[in-house]
Write a protein that binds this ligand. Structure first.
Ligand code: KIV
Length: 302
């Protein structure tokens, strides 16, 4: 099974005398009590520096404390509490029914699980579109829940909203191209930027997001060559999903890359594991043992 490379954490690297991959620019978080460990947190300056140094940014989604802790231990740079929550956790067919309450609850859980990775939370549908005041208030709620930045969908049309949230000192990650909250406007989940007018529009969207003050932008479902052009044109890091290898980083939904989600398999998903099978086998073995009376045994009983 191939999995994300087990990078030593920055603290482990320092202990082993290896160079710190992110020198400076981090805050230190102390825990409580005498045994508290100082944890070097990843921040937006680290991500900007990674683009400048040509170091790829690794981002993955997580929706709870358990997986956030595992991914943090592996050494991913960014954890996204995505509104993909709606599909991969809550059982909806799209992201449109995810609420602020859902996002606050799951952002808090992921924040409690991770120590070092930078945590981004998605702004759900209708949490930022109605008014600038709603957008700032809801972005602030996600920071209060434990995120360090919010992500919202839109380019030139979201320019004012991004500017207002960023002006409230809340870091914003943009998201352009195939934007799942616009599924009905796009006529389905379709690759964007294939025609000349769409290409021009995406280049303009990318420029608008950066000019409005976003610190990074997700490029979803766009041709690799266009994503490369956008990545070279922007000074902020681009994170690709279905956007080719030239982006400054990549993101995947955890259930997709772990091989847990079987309902559909987009072309851009690589399954780095096949975890559905061992889960089915383990639960099947448990069910059989309960039914034939071999579990619990003496060793599991008091
Ligand atoms: O909601 C999500 O998980 C996302 C990523 C796929 C980028 O927005």
């Amino acid at each position: 099974m191939r999995f994300l490379p087990a990078l030593p954490s920055p603290d482990a690297r320092l202990l082993r005398g290896l160079p710190d991959p992110f020198p400076g620019g981090r805050i230190f978080l102390g825990g409580k009590g005498a045994g508290a460990m100082a944890v070097r947190k990843t921040n937006i300056l680290d991500l900007a520096r990674m683009k400048d140094d040509g170091q790829k940014i690794v981002m993955i989604t997580a929706y709870d404390a358990l997986f956030a802790r595992i991914f943090d231990d592996v050494g991913v740079d960014v954890i996204l509490v995505g509104d993909s929550l709606g599909q991969v956790v809550l059982g909806y067919s799209d992201t449109l029914n995810v609420t602020m309450e859902d996002m606050v609850r799951h952002t808090g859980a992921a924040a409690r699980g991770r120590k070092r990775a930078f945590l981004v939370a998605d702004m759900p549908f209708l949490s930022y579109q109605p008014s600038i005041a709603d957008a700032i208030r809801n972005a602030g709620r996600l920071l209060q829940a434990g995120a360090e930045a919010v992500k919202l969908e839109g380019g030139r049309n979201a320019e004012e909203t991004i500017r207002a949230i960023a002006s409230a000192d809340i870091p914003v990650m943009g998201h352009i191209g195939l934007t799942p909250q616009s599924v009905h406007r796009m006529g389905g989940y379709r690759v964007q930027g294939k025609t000349d007018p769409q290409r021009e529009r995406l280049l303009d969207d990318a420029a608008a997001v950066q000019e409005a003050g976003a610190f990074s932008v997700v490029l979803e479902g766009i041709p690799a060559a266009l994503a490369g052009e956008i990545t070279r044109a922007l000074s902020i890091p681009t994170i690709g999903i279905g956007a080719g290898v030239a982006c400054d980083g990549q993101v995947l939904v955890m259930q997709d890359l772990l091989g847990l989600f079987d309902e559909f398999r987009p072309k851009f998903v690589k399954r780095f594991g096949e975890l559905r099978k061992p889960v089915v086998e383990a639960v099947g073995a448990y069910a059989a043992a309960v039914r034939d009376g071999s579990f619990p045994g003496k060793e599991h009983s008091f």
